[in-house]
Design a binder for this molecule. Structure first.
Ligand code: NAI
Ligand code: MG
Length: 357
């Protein structure tokens, strides 16, 4: 069998992205050596710094350049001085939309030694995925404002739920549930208050469930679902939500699972027609950037998600196991996890663990 080569577009971005990405690459490199594949890296310095020099977050042909790669490995984007909507809409959103990354995936897993804000909960209680629809739903660009500045002023914004859009995110969530031991899928709805789109969402969910008799399903309205995330995180295995509900759950989920420094995420185009993008949940952390004390685990774990997407599941599992072992056995940890190790110490320890296997 010929050795596989994966082309990665590497975008450290701003702030601590420049510190976490090298550690992510260090661990990916160790995994590539051990599991016998190659990584061909192409580095891009697109960031708020580039914006200050060029007035653009990325060149006009930026997406064409990235389209040459199999995956995009991103640090964080955003820096004081450049408004967040400029950096977000200049780089991240064009990549997510342009590459039809219609799945936003976030594992919410309490690691051993992780600090959950929930009392009396351990790693056995918090281990689920949030699957968010990432292209339509409530975040649409149809609607408008009429009679501005008058008594009759009104604004509308439409929610857009297409059969294609709803079915594909549900299919992804069911398939993911099938790979998990519990095989359970929860749908986030609000069909008691939102009376067209959410009953449609429920209807498509029930329809799709017929194709997956092995998956146990349930559904909750988004308000009580948020409460259940806090009170009963152990109920959940895979949770699917629309763009808005998924957005809320995909911040709440990692929050109940502990430090923001370790939470990973993926923006996926499951058909692999376009590259998918893997990035930690955290931002550029201007308050600690430049000190090399940030936690690289969110980045490293995002690298594991990338390998899984590329088809290197054994390598991905090995990285996640290394993170679990390091945290369980008192390996080096950064300040946000109660230690005093530097970013590089953690990256090196994990790379060594992966190399050992
Ligand atoms: P942030 O995630 O950068 O920081 C929030 C807090 O968490 C800070 O106190 C920070 O020190 C801490 N923190 C974050 N990552 C950490 C790590 N790896 N290790 C240890 N501590 C860590 O969020 P904030 O401050 O709201 O945003 C800063 C900038 O990042 C903004 O410009 C924002 O737009 C951008 N941002 C970018 C994201 C992305 O690239 N996807 C996501 C979130 C924010
Ligand atoms: Mg959010």
């Amino acid at each position: 069998m010929s050795r596989k080569t994966y082309k990665l577009a590497v975008l450290p971005g701003d702030g601590i992205g420049k510190e976490t990405v090298p550690e992510g690459l260090r661990v990916l490199d160790a995994a590539a050596r051990r599991f016998g594949f190659d990584l061909e890296l192409k580095h891009y310095d697109w960031s708020c710094e580039t914006y200050a020099q060029t007035g653009k977050m990325m060149p006009d042909d930026g997406l064409d350049q990235l389209a040459q790669s199999d995956s995009v490995f991103l640090g964080a984007v955003g820096w004081p001085g450049v408004p967040d909507h400029v950096s977000l809409w200049g780089l991240l959103i064009p990549i997510r939309r342009g590459f039809d990354q219609y799945i936003s995936l976030r594992p919410c897993k309490l690691m051993p030694g992780g600090r959950t804000p929930l009392a009396n909960r351990g790693p056995e209680d918090i281990d689920f995925y949030v699957v968010r629809e990432n292209t339509e739903g409530e975040y649409s660009s149809t609607g408008g404002r009429m009679f501005p500045g008058t008594d009759r002023e009104f604004v509308t914004q439409d929610s857009v739920f297409t059969r294609v859009g709803v079915d594909r995110v549900m299919k992804y969530a069911f398939e993911l549930a099938m790979t998990r031991p519990r095989r359970k899928l929860t749908s986030a709805t609000k069909s008691n208050g939102i009376t067209f789109t959410m009953p449609y969402w429920d209807e498509r969910f029930a329809e799709m469930a017929k194709n997956y008799p092995g998956v146990t399903t349930d559904q909750f309205h988004i308000d009580i679902l948020c409460a259940h995330f806090v009170q009963h995180p152990d109920w959940f295995d895979v949770v699917v939500g629309s763009n808005l509900f998924g957005d809320i759950l995909s911040d709440l989920g990692p929050a109940v699972a502990g430090s923001i420094g370790i939470a990973p995420s993926a923006n996926i185009n499951p058909e692999k027609k376009f590259p998918s993008m893997f990035e930690p949940v955290h931002g550029s952390a201007p308050d600690i950037a430049g000190k090399w004390i940030c936690n690289p685990i969110g980045q490293i774990w995002s690298g594991a998600m990338m390998l899984e997407h590329l088809g290197e599941k054994a390598a991905a599992d090995c990285i996640v196991k290394a993170i679990e072992t390091l945290l369980a056995e008192g390996g080096p940890r950064t300040r946000d996890m109660g230690g005093n190790a530097g970013t590089v110490d953690v990256g090196k320890a994990l790379a060594e663990a992966v190399a050992r296997g």
